[in-house]
Write a new protein. Structure first.
Length: 332
């Protein structure tokens, strides 16, 4: 019998079913389906100004990620947001033609997935407008103004998501909003539910109502919010970091809210003296925890993060090879 494609396995997972093999998933597959005209910053590397006017620059970390230019924020007082924050005007966009053009550049082996959220997300957009200090203070001192801004961004995102579903016909919808760091959330559960969860829910509902599964991206110690996420109809959370209790999550949610990732490459860096057998054993140990019963997607990036040495790259190849050997062994 022919094996299912990775796309077919992933869609089984996203629809809360047991796949034939562990599917792989990548955050960047959203580029296979999101409308090209909504992605924009001025430079191909993710730097430059976004459509709100926030300047993005490359930081000095090993990951070379873009972030809002430190100390150069566009909004000082949350009460002034109506004068400063303007969503782009897409009234002249021919969505049918845009979908046709984007489909020509699409990888047919990948699922059509993506979204039309407000920039980098709701919480993240607020922080990019104001910076973390002023943004978090605004949540505490002026919650009604924050809610009004979130509603404004959500109206924009939902209107676009409805057109996206109609014209792009995605296999899945996705949105992200990094609201936690590795050890803890940036806001309390109560603040999340008051200020940000309503926007997430409205946005996810567009896809859920259309019968389309939803993927959510959130780094860090995010497990506090998983009940809300599952209640919104999201069926995959990625990239899960190991500061979360993945065993407890699988016991609680099963296939209802699948885990993507939950694999860290840090122990495989060249600073540790490891044999090939030890690297392969590490992969198997992780999969033995995560794969049984379904509800797991592999999201290894193919490199040892923060380490581009020949040793690390060789270990990355061992990781990928071991995964390919094991991915079909859990669901037969």
């Amino acid at each position: 019998m022919a094996k299912l494609s990775n796309k077919e396995n992933l869609m089984l997972l996203l629809n809360k079913q047991i796949p034939e093999a562990i599917p792989t998933y990548s955050l960047f597959w959203g580029m296979n389906g999101s409308p090209s005209f909504t992605r924009g910053r001025s430079n191909p590397d993710g730097t430059g100004k976004d459509y709100f006017g926030v300047e993005w620059v490359i930081d000095n970390s090993a990951f070379q990620a873009a972030l809002p230019k430190p100390g150069d924020f566009i909004l000082d007082d949350i009460r002034d947001w109506r004068d400063v924050i303007k969503v782009p005007d897409y009234s002249n966009i021919d969505w049918e033609e845009a979908a046709k053009k984007d489909s020509e550049a699409r990888d047919p082996e990948l699922p059509v997935g993506g979204g039309t959220g407000p920039g980098v997300g709701w919480f993240q957009s607020l922080m990019s407008f104001m910076g973390f200090t002023n943004g978090l203070i605004a949540c505490y001192e002026e919650p009604e103004e924050v809610k009004a801004l979130m509603e404004y961004l959500t109206d924009f995102a939902v209107a676009n998501a409805e057109k996206y579903v109609q014209y792009y016909k995605p296999d899945y919808g996705s949105f992200g909003d990094d609201i936690a760091h590795e050890r803890d959330p940036f806001v309390s559960l109560e603040t999340f539910r008051e200020l940000f969860a309503p926007s997430w829910r409205r946005y996810a509902k567009v896809f859920v109502d259309a019968g389309i599964p939803v993927v959510h991206h959130n780094c860090g110690h995010f497990e506090l919010f998983c009940d809300d996420l599952a209640d919104m109809g999201v069926t995959l959370w990625e990239p899960v970091q190991l500061s979360n209790d993945v065993v407890a999550h699988k016991e609680k949610f099963g296939t209802r809210l699948a885990l993507g990732g939950a694999f860290t490459s840090t122990p495989l860096s060249s600073k540790f003296d490891l044999t090939e057998e030890e690297v392969r054993a590490y992969v198997k140990d992780r999969l033995d925890i995560l794969a049984p019963g379904g509800g797991y997607a592999w999201t290894f990036a193919g490199a040892i993060l923060g380490d581009d040495s020949p040793v690390a790259q060789m270990r990355a190849e061992w990781v990928k090879d071991e995964f390919e050997k094991l991915r079909y062994t859990y669901y037969q």
